[in-house]
Design a protein around this ligand. Structure first.
Ligand code: BT5
Length: 261
């Protein structure tokens, strides 16, 4: 057993996020388990945590490598919001992770649209938000968070090592996983409370302050095309605004960015 739930419970300072934790040594994907639990009426704030995932995934079913020593968790949420507002939860979660890593380990963290946290320009955390929608209503949202914590990069496939990092790789020692989880859950709850109060501007402003790529030239890969432009800002729904060379502006709801400066 890597992660000790009792230790988390003894330190946790939240009202409801993580007050119920389902812990597993090994799962397919904590998001998949969270979805099943959400359908079975799990309470909002319930957290699924695993030491390792055999089928961890990112967006578009990309593989998420989840070795032991990482933090792989999913939070079940039941907000009353419109479907188009969900991207803001992903942004708020990345801010919460960035704050957590910065506060605990004094590392300089950045966020990158749409779902990454970076240290030294390398991905240390990815977030996968999945929602279940019925008609116009959100039934539940699952926020999945993967933080590369207590493992070195040599356990990842070679092609990932130049673009990723981990806390252990950066700090040259293991961190207290339970403390990391507690601080994150508290940060998350604070941000989620703002979200529920629809303080989207506050969430956006904080995220912008950590978004080092804004104002830079980026290569955008959307499902349709690849193009170059300048990342200008995000709009009120969390969509990215990119300006092309000819001055034309595009609004992106999904896609991947590579900074080209
Ligand atoms: C993400 O997708 O970044 C979202 C990752 C979410 C993972 C969490 S873990 C708990 C929960 N359960 C799940 O099954 N998922 C969530 P995306 O932006 O699509 O990035 C995916 C890409 O990141 C892959 O195609 C790889 O290139 C890269 N990647 C895979 N494993 C990685 C890792 N451990 N660290 C950094 N990059 C990784």
């Amino acid at each position: 057993m890597m992660i000790k739930v009792e230790k988390i419970m003894s330190m946790l300072q939240t009202e409801y996020v993580g007050r119920e934790i389902h812990y597993f040594q090994k799962v397919t994907s904590t998001n998949a388990i969270a979805k099943e639990e959400a359908k079975k009426n799990a309470k909002a704030g319930t957290v699924i945590i695993a030491d390792t995932q055999t089928r961890g995934h990112g967006r578009l079913n990309r593989k998420w490598i989840s070795p032991k020593g990482g933090v792989w968790l999913s939070i079940i949420l039941k907000p009353t919001i419109a479907a188009e507002e969900t991207p803001i939860i992903t942004l708020a979660t990345s801010t919460a992770v960035a704050n957590t890593i910065h506060r605990l380990h004094t590392l300089k963290t950045e966020v990158k649209w749409p779902n990454d946290v970076l240290v030294n320009g390398r991905k240390i955390c990815g977030i996968l938000t999945e929602s279940s929608i019925e008609g116009e209503n959100i039934k539940f949202i699952i926020v999945g968070v993967g933080i590369n914590a207590n493992f070195n990069l040599d356990v990842l496939p070679t092609d990932l090592r130049s673009t990723t990092t981990s806390l252990k790789q950066l700090l040259r020692e293991n961190v207290d996983l339970e403390r990391l989880i507690c601080v994150f859950l508290k940060e998350f709850e604070e941000h989620y409370e703002l979200f529920k109060k629809r303080r989207f501007d506050a969430l956006r402003d904080e995220w912008r302050g950590m978004a080092g790529f804004l104002g830079k030239n980026v290569e955008v890969m959307s499902f349709r095309e690849t193009f170059m432009g300048k990342a200008l800002d995000i709009d009120e729904n969390g969509a990215l605004i990119v300006e092309l060379e000819n001055g034309e502006r595009r609004r992106l709801l999904s896609g991947d960015l590579t900074v080209r400066e």
